[in-house]
Design a protein around this ligand. Structure first.
Ligand SMILES: *Cc1c(COP(=O)(O)O)cnc(C)c1O
Length: 351
């Protein structure tokens, strides 16, 4: 730490991203990326000389991107806010609506970035314990009188609330914002976008990083009321008006026109996920009923940390969280058929 860091940040504990190692070739199942390349049309628009326009600033209003998102989701472009990954969107939202003395509630086991943002922006965070089986108890959030962020499906548990359950939470907290982080929603059937027309305190956040095979592009978005999006833009234009670059805008807009390709990728990942669950169960693992592109698994006899290390030594990366309640679990991203075969070959040998 230099002597210049503002005192407010001295105790900040940053988010720890999953390992991105390149000391050797890994079967990489640790950060929930898609094993499939972006849609052919997306690769084409990136290749096709978009570089020529990089002497100009990107469109700060993001007209092309908000337009294609609005069309796909059947909302007004004024209800769409885009960011440099959904992390950027979540940061703007937590800054705008919970910042400096505001409140935020989230599950105790969830996306580990939420507490970091709360800390960074001076938010009073309440972490609500999941039930013993890792489910979110809806009643804990009913009329809680705080802003709420819930990943649905939740990570790293993979478990999903139904739209009806989310509605109960949203309807009972009309004076607070409920952020539903749908990073994995395309692998489930539980998007809450349909609730937006009835609730002005709901924000649905999604990303291009998982189901759309574009983690490296860094694009995410929020759908919410026009007033909420206006507030987010107020913050954005006070901080970083050109928050998405021209190539990302072009490629993400194109991705929204490639739904058939992405539907096929998602179908393959979901099929592979169910197969993976069964094979892990046959090896003695206990699993949650994940509705995402990863599984969350614990072995009654083998320590998860040992398995994580042994797999890594053999060139397979999975995620292990050294945190209370989940330190006996591994989060394993669903890769391609070939990657999963490689994973099971090594795992079987270790066991
Ligand atoms: C991956 C993930 C994100 C971040 O996605 P980016 O769009 O790549 O920033 C947000 N929330 C959850 C729950 C995630 O798992």
């Amino acid at each position: 730490m230099s002597r210049f860091l503002a005192p407010a940040y001295h105790n900040l504990v940053p988010y720890t991203p999953g390992e991105q190692l390149n000391d050797r070739k890994y079967i990489k199942l640790n950060t929930n990326e898609s094993p499939f390349p972006p849609a052919p049309g997306v690769c084409r628009v990136i290749d096709e000389g978009r570089m020529r326009s990089l002497n100009l600033y990107s469109d700060p209003a993001l007209t092309a991107l908000t337009g294609s998102l609005a069309e796909s989701f059947g909302v007004s472009p004024k209800q769409v806010f885009c960011g440099n990954g959904s992390d950027d969107v979540l940061a703007f939202a937590i800054m705008a609506f919970c910042g400096k003395g505001g409140t935020l509630a989230c599950p105790d086991i969830s996306y580990s970035f939420y507490p970091v943002y709360a800390d960074l922006f001076g938010v009073k965070l309440t972490q609500i314990p999941l039930a013993e089986d890792f489910t979110i108890r809806v009643s804990d959030y009913v009329g809680i009188g705080k802003n709420i962020v819930i990943a649905n499906p939740n990570a790293p548990t993979g478990l999903s609330l139904s739209v009806k359950e989310v509605e109960t939470i949203v309807a009972s907290n009309p004076e607070h914002l409920v952020i539903i982080d749908e990073a994995y929603v395309d692998f489930s059937n539980d998007t809450c976008v349909s609730l937006l027309s009835r609730y002005d305190n709901l924000m649905v956040v999604q990303t291009f990083s998982k189901s759309r095979s574009l983690a490296g592009l860094r694009v995410g978005f929020a759908l919410a009321s026009e007033a909420i999006v206006e507030d987010l833009n107020k913050i954005k234009f006070s901080f970083n008006p050109y928050n998405i670059n021209t190539l990302s805008i072009t490629a993400a807009s194109q991705a929204m026109r490639e739904q058939a390709y992405y539907d096929e990728c998602v179908a393959q990942i979901v099929a592979q996920r169910e197969k993976t669950k069964k094979r892990l169960a046959d090896l003695g693992f206990v699993l949650t009923d994940s509705k995402t592109n990863f599984v969350f698994a614990s072995h009654p006899e083998k320590k998860a940390e040992m398995l994580y290390k042994a797999l890594k030594e053999r060139g397979v990366l999975v995620r292990h969280f050294n945190a209370p309640r989940i330190k006996d679990y591994l989060r394993i991203t669903i890769g391609s058929e070939e990657q999963m075969e490689g994973f099971f070959a090594e795992l079987t040998r270790i066991l």
